[in-house]
Design a protein around this ligand. Structure first.
Ligand code: URP
Ligand code: ZN
Ligand code: ZN
Length: 464
């Protein structure tokens, strides 16, 4: 199977030029001007940008959480991702407390195998590194699971104490693996929540008001301190506030291997969403919570200055009608998480490129290249180059869409609301190829379930 994409503007994290891309089977085999070759399929990309497929390093599909299971599974979630121009996800497999991490990995393989529209890897959420469990981490690395998420939040659920965090970080450091941290001080937050609930504060907005930015910043600071002793690189997931970003900046100025991602929800949404009527604030209950609006500018500045390297979605969808309502009477019972895997690329193009905050190259870097590099997928993923997987988004910079649960072009997630309802974007994926196969054509999914493959990831290789 061969595909020739003609006359596109090829944009990577470092380059920007006009050319043709030739794909044989699953790989880019030639790039040049006026390529005159036969191909099974010829696509005219005049007036369009060619981006490397998006890499979303933070999704939760088919995940039991908050007394229910996420609305998107590997089939619906990856198909929606593809519609939005994302061709690789890294999802979070979970070690159940008291059980082997390898058992948890098997469970996630079973959930995903044969289901996905795009390629996928796994991080492992480690919850229990007692006894000889640390030795399992070597096996995980051998199986391509080269990064581990630890939680300072959610006591009694996913939380790890500092001793276990240190022990796990040390082992990860020895193996050359990466630690991803959910940095919120869950112990103090639980105290704040208990007090609020005892005072009769039950509405969704209290989810945010009981999780202060200081408790995020403190946890980021503690993560960096412990990681320094353990000699391991750390990647702070879903960074939401200026206070927390300050800690990252200090560490990076000292030259420490500290990285961070933020998410569209923290760049486009804010605390006021919790004050919506009719329990609608529950749609935005996630952790960390949405912050006061001024934090958005600081996070954008973090992306501009490379103190924040990547944008993920933390896609964790729960239906409003019958899942978010589990917390109708008490905010602590609202399942934490929001949908967004489909909207990341178009939102970041709008807020970043169209609104003049970042260059086209930086757009590619934060939506694809940096995550591929940090998580051992580069240059197979994250760029358009000879030898790379032909994961390519043919992007129409002029197409305008209004994101809505009712727009058949922008909503394929298996959830009954859009977190970005009514947001207008200019620029949208027209055609999406995954390993050389067209899977999205003008809003239509033309791939098939099971096209996606598991990605055995390499170890982290340092980036700036
Ligand atoms: O609210 C969130 N973020 N839900 C998903 C789990 C997590 O902490 O990433
Ligand atoms: Zn988290
Ligand atoms: Zn998450």
């Amino acid at each position: 199977m061969s595909v020739l994409i003609k006359n596109g503007r090829i944009i990577t994290a470092t380059d920007d030029y006009q050319g043709d891309v030739y794909i044989e089977n699953e790989t880019v085999t030639q790039i040049g001007k006026n390529l005159d070759r036969e191909a099974d399929e010829i696509i005219d990309a005049s007036g369009k940008y060619l981006f490397p497929g998006g890499v979303d390093p933070h999704t939760h599909l088919d995940m039991p959480f908050g007394g229910t299971v996420t609305a998107d599974n590997f089939e619906t979630g990856t198909r929606a991702a593809a519609h939005g121009g994302t061709t690789t996800i890294i999802d979070f497999a979970i070690q159940t407390m008291g059980h082997s991490a390898l058992e948890g990995l098997d469970t996630w393989h079973q959930k995903a195998d044969g289901q996905t529209a795009i390629d996928y890897g796994f991080h492992m959420i480690l919850t229990d590194m007692e006894g000889d469990r640390l030795s399992e981490m070597k096996t995980l690395v051998e199986q391509g699971i080269t990064s581990y998420k630890l939680f300072m939040a959610y006591p009694g659920v996913l939380y790890m104490d500092d001793g276990m965090i240190y022990r796990t970080m040390q082992r990860a450091g020895e193996l050359g693996a990466m630690i991803c941290m959910h940095a919120e001080n869950g112990i103090v937050i639980d105290e704040i929540i208990r007090k609020a609930v005892s005072e009769g504060k039950t509405e969704p907005k209290w989810h945010s008001l009981t999780r202060p930015t200081r408790m995020e910043a403190e946890a980021v600071h503690r993560t960096i301190s412990i990681a320094g002793e353990a000699e391991v690189p750390v990647y702070i997931v879903h960074l939401s506030s200026s206070d927390a970003l300050d800690e990252i900046v200090i560490a990076r100025n000292e030259g420490l291997p500290v990285y961070a991602e933020t998410c569209p929800q923290y760049l486009f949404l804010d605390y006021s969403y919790y004050e919506k009527d009719n329990f609608e604030g529950a749609k935005y209950v996630m952790s960390p919570p949405l912050r006061e609006k001024w934090n958005q500018d600081e996070l954008w500045y973090g992306l501009q200055t490379n103190n924040v390297q990547a944008v993920s979605t933390d896609h964790c969808s729960f239906r409003f009608q019958d899942q978010k309502t589990l917390g109708k009477d008490l905010f602590t019972k609202i399942p934490n998480g929001a949908p967004g895997v489909e909207n990341r690329m178009s939102l970041m193009f709008q807020g970043g490129v169209v609104e003049g905050r970042i260059s086209l190259n930086r757009f590619v870097e934060i939506t694809s290249t940096s995550a591929a590099k940090l998580f051992g997928l580069f240059p197979k993923k994250g760029t358009i180059a000879i030898g790379s997987d032909a994961d390519i988004v043919i992007f129409d910079p002029n197409r305008e869409e209004t994101i809505s649960v009712n727009n058949p072009c922008t909503h394929h997630m298996n959830v009954d609301y859009s977190a970005y309802e009514g947001f207008s974007v200019k620029g949208y994926p027209e055609t999406v190829l995954s390993r050389g196969k067209v899977i999205i054509k003008n809003c239509e999914y033309v791939g098939k379930k099971g096209d996606g493959q598991f990605l055995k990831r390499d170890l982290y290789s340092g980036i700036e």
